[in-house]
Write a protein that binds this ligand. Structure first.
Ligand code: CP3
Length: 362
C-alpha cells in the first residue's frame, strides 16, 4: 500500500499543484475541486493584442509555429493574463501535412492553402519517413514552454484527428461541408484509407514526441467529424481514434487523452465508450443535461460555452456560466468553450468569464 503510494508520487511530482491534470487523473470517487479547472480552445490568438504583436514580428503564421522562442511566448501569454489552469501548445493541426511534404501556406485573411490531394499518385508523393525535420521545432517549443510555465499550469499537446486533417489535405483548403474528402472516401476508398492510416501513424509519433518533450495531456481535434453519416463516422473518425489511443497508451499509459469529435450529437456516447478517452470536448449544441446523464458517468466532460456568448458578454454570459457549472458540478467537468474563441472577442470578456467561473463555484 505504502509502496504503491510512494511510487505514484515519485512518478507524478507536483501533480497536487495542478488542478487540471489532477481532475483528469483522479478516480471518479475522489473529491471534486471547488471550481472546475478552466482553459479555452484557441486561447492564444488574434483577440490578444500581445499575440498580434508577436505575430507581426514572426512574419508568416507557420514561421510563428516553427519558431520555438516566439511560439512559447504566445503559448504563455494567455496564462499570464488570465491564470488558466492549462496552456495549449501554440501550433496548428496543419503542421502534419506540412511535415509529410504537402506544403501549407496561410494567406492573410484567407485561411490555409495546400495543393489538393486528388488521387493515389498525389498520395504516393507524401513522405512519412522524414517528418521529424519539422516536428523537432515543435518539440523544442514544448521543451521551452515547460521550463517557463508556472508549476500549477498543465501543458496540453495536440494534433488534428486524421479525418479532419485529411479534409484540408484533399480539398487544399477549408470548405463549408468538406465534400471533397467525403467524395474521395466514397469514390476511392482504398486511397482514402491509406491516407487515414498514414495520418494515424504520424499522429501517434507526433503526440509521442510532444509527450517526450514535456506535454502532460494531449487533445485530438476532430472538428469536422459531424459531416459524416454514422457508418462513415465509425470508419473514419472512431476507428482511427481507437488506434491513436491504443498506440499512444503503449508508450504513455498515464497521459490523459482528450477527444473532441465536434458536433456529433448522440455519437458522442459511442465515441467515449469505444475510445476510452479520459475527457471529451463537448461542442455548444450538446444539451447540458445530456452531457451530465450520458457522458459524465463515463468520462470527464469539457465545454461547452458558446463562443458567440463570450463575444457578446454581459449578464447572459454570467447566467449561462452559472447554469453550466450548476448542471455539471455533480461530476468531473473542465470549463471550456464549445469551439475556439472568436478573434473579435474583447479580452475583458475573458477576464470576466474567469471571474464568473470562480465565483459561481463559490
Ligand atoms: O490557442 C490554441 O488553441 C493553440 C493553437 C491552435 C491553433 N489552431 C492556432 C491558430 C490550435 C489548437 C489550432 C487547431 C486547429 N487549426 C483546428 C482545430 C480546432 C478548430 O478550430 O476547429 C483547425 C481546423 C485548424 C486549421 C486552421 N488553422 C484554420 C482553418 C485556420 C484559419 C482560420 C482562422 O481562424 O484564421 C488556422 C489558422 C490559425 N491557427 C490561427 C491560429 C491562432 C490564426 C492564424 C493567424 O494568426 O493569422
Amino acid at each position: 500500500m505504502t509502496g504503491e503510494q510512494t511510487e505514484k508520487s515519485a512518478e507524478q511530482p507536483n501533480q497536487h499543484h495542478k488542478p487540471f491534470l489532477s481532475l483528469l487523473t483522479q478516480k471518479e470517487t475522489d473529491p471534486l475541486p471547488s471550481s472546475p479547472p478552466v482553459w479555452m480552445m484557441r486561447q492564444a490568438g488574434r483577440y490578444l493584442p500581445e499575440y498580434r504583436e508577436v505575430r507581426k514580428q514572426a512574419g508568416g503564421f507557420l514561421n510563428l509555429c516553427y519558431n520555438p522562442e516566439l511560439a512559447a511566448e504566445v503559448t504563455i501569454q494567455p496564462i499570464r493574463r488570465y491564470g488558466f489552469d492549462a496552456a495549449i501548445l501554440f501550433s496548428d493541426i496543419l503542421v502534419v501535412p506540412d511535415a509529410l511534404g504537402q506544403s501549407v501556406r496561410f494567406e492573410t485573411g484567407e485561411g490555409p492553402r495546400l495543393d489538393p490531394l486528388a488521387n493515389a499518385a498525389d498520395l504516393a508523393r507524401l513522405d512519412p519517413s522524414n517528418t521529424d525535420k519539422i516536428f523537432s521545432h515543435v518539440y523544442e517549443t514544448v521543451d521551452r514552454i515547460k521550463s517557463e510555465l508556472p508549476d500549477e499550469t498543465t501543458l496540453i499537446g495536440f494534433c488534428g484527428a486524421p479525418f479532419t486533417v485529411a479534409t484540408y489535405m484533399v480539398a487544399g483548403r477549408g470548405t463549408p461541408d468538406q465534400a471533397p474528402a467525403r467524395m474521395m472516401a466514397y469514390r476511392d476508398r482504398d486511397s482514402f484509407q491509406k491516407l487515414i492510416d498514414m495520418l494515424v501513424d504520424t499522429s501517434i509519433d507526433y503526440l509521442r514526441g510532444q509527450i517526450d518533450a514535456g506535454a502532460e495531456v494531449v487533445q485530438v481535434f476532430d472538428s469536422w467529424a459531424s459531416v459524416l453519416s454514422d457508418d462513415e463516422f465509425d470508419q473514419w473518425c472512431l476507428e482511427p481514434m481507437v488506434r491513436i489511443c491504443n498506440g499512444l497508451r503503449q508508450y504513455h499509459p498515464q497521459v490523459p487523452i482528450i477527444g473532441f469529435p465536434r458536433a456529433v450529437g448522440p455519437l458522442y456516447r459511442r465515441y467515449v465508450e469505444k475510445t476510452g478517452v479520459n475527457a471529451v470536448g463537448c461542442d455548444t449544441s450538446l444539451p447540458l443535461e445530456w452531457m451530465r446523464d450520458e457522458l459524465q458517468p463515463l468520462t470527464v466532460v469539457q465545454g461547452n460555452l458558446d463562443p458567440i456568448l463570450l463575444l457578446n458578454g454581459g449578464p447572459q454570459l454570467e447566467q449561462r456560466v452559472k447554469r453550466i457549472i450548476e448542471t455539471l458540478s455533480g461530476g468531473r467537468h473542465i470549463f471550456n468553450l464549445g469551439h475556439g474563441i472568436i478573434k473579435e472577442t474583447p479580452p475583458e470578456h475573458v477576464a470576466q468569464l474567469v471571474e464568473y467561473i470562480r465565483a459561481a463555484a463559490g
